[in-house]
Design a protein around this ligand. Structure first.
Ligand SMILES: O=c1ccn([C@@H]2O[C@H](COP(=O)(O)O)[C@@H](O)[C@H]2O)c(=O)[nH]1
Length: 269
């Protein structure tokens, strides 16, 4: 998907919500455990109930890898279902990959070709030759971790490296990579006060912003400092939406949570 298509979808739906599909079998409604593929059954119900309220879905691959081959198959079924039924939705494989060049190429093939996601999250720690293989794929997006939502972000990301904090170096240096126009960046909603300075370095880039809902990030604060003329934000909530209820009407309850966020977002679009 191109960035222009994503922006057009945001305007149409008045939403820049990304719903995280982080499926934990200990948290989904008990009645789904009888299904042949409970993970996919859960995702399908959530997607069918919420697709009109969001512009992106983000399965975190950890929640699928944890269940071995069955989990990977459920991930594959989920992306096939999304691409077939809701091709207008932007898809993010939150896999946090990145390795030496030839290995990164294989990661990129796995998520962009085999699974046909629109984007994948990548850790920048190994530098240019670990990121550029992802950027070779046309109309695919590489979402670099910049300033993450967790407390550990302060261990390294905000440390001074020469003139800048490390996360600013990631933003500045990555802009020099080949095909850098396909880059997006992860900035945690819990770090909203950093967004004004981040926007000075990357005014036009899309940011994936996890951390509203369960982690306590504030949507209004993120919008105040992070919005750009094209919106430029995909704000993610996973647990806060998908685990709204464990009852029979879990998907409808999830949709109500998503709708509340979409309504708040519509004021900014
Ligand atoms: O900085 C980061 C990067 C990724 N994540 C991921 O986003 C979701 C957040 O889930 P919630 O349930 O809404 O807290 C999850 O997959 C994280 O691994 C992040 O939180 N922060």
């Amino acid at each position: 998907m191109t960035t222009a298509q994503l922006v057009s979808e945001i305007k149409k739906k008045q939403s820049f919500l990304c719903i995280g599909l982080d499926v934990d079998l200990n948290k989904i409604p008990e009645h789904l455990l009888k299904e042949e593929d409970p993970i996919f059954a859960f995702n399908k119900a959530i997607i069918d109930a919420t697709h009109h309220l969001c512009v992106a879905y983000k399965p975190n691959t950890a929640f699928y890898e944890a269940y071995g081959i069955k989990g990977w198959k459920a991930l594959e079924k989920t992306i096939i279902y999304l691409n077939k039924n809701y091709p207008e939705i932007f898809t993010i494989a939150d896999a946090k990959r990145g390795d030496i060049g030839n290995t990164s190429t294989m990661y990129a093939k796995a998520f962009f070709e085999d699974l046909a996601f629109d984007s994948v999250t990548v850790a920048p720690y190994m530098g240019k030759d670990s990121v550029e293989p992802f950027l070779e794929f046309k109309n695919k997006h590489t979402i670099l971790l910049a300033l993450t939502s967790n407390q550990g972000a302060f261990d390294f990301q905000t440390k001074q490296v020469g003139e800048n904090e490390l996360y600013k170096e990631v933003l500045k240096v990555s802009k020099t990579y080949k095909n850098s126009e396909s880059l997006m960046y992860v900035v945690g909603a819990t770090k909203a006060e950093y967004l004004a300075e981040i926007r000075e370095i990357i005014p036009d880039s899309f940011l994936l912003v996890p951390g509203v809902g369960a982690q306590g990030g504030n949507l209004q604060e993120v919008c105040k400092f992070g919005l750009n003329s094209q919106i430029g934000l995909l704000i993610n909530s996973s647990r806060g939406i998908i685990y709204a209820s464990r009852g029979e009407y879990f998907a409808e309850e999830a949709a109500l949570k998503a709708e509340a966020i979409q309504k708040e977002m519509s004021a900014f679009v």
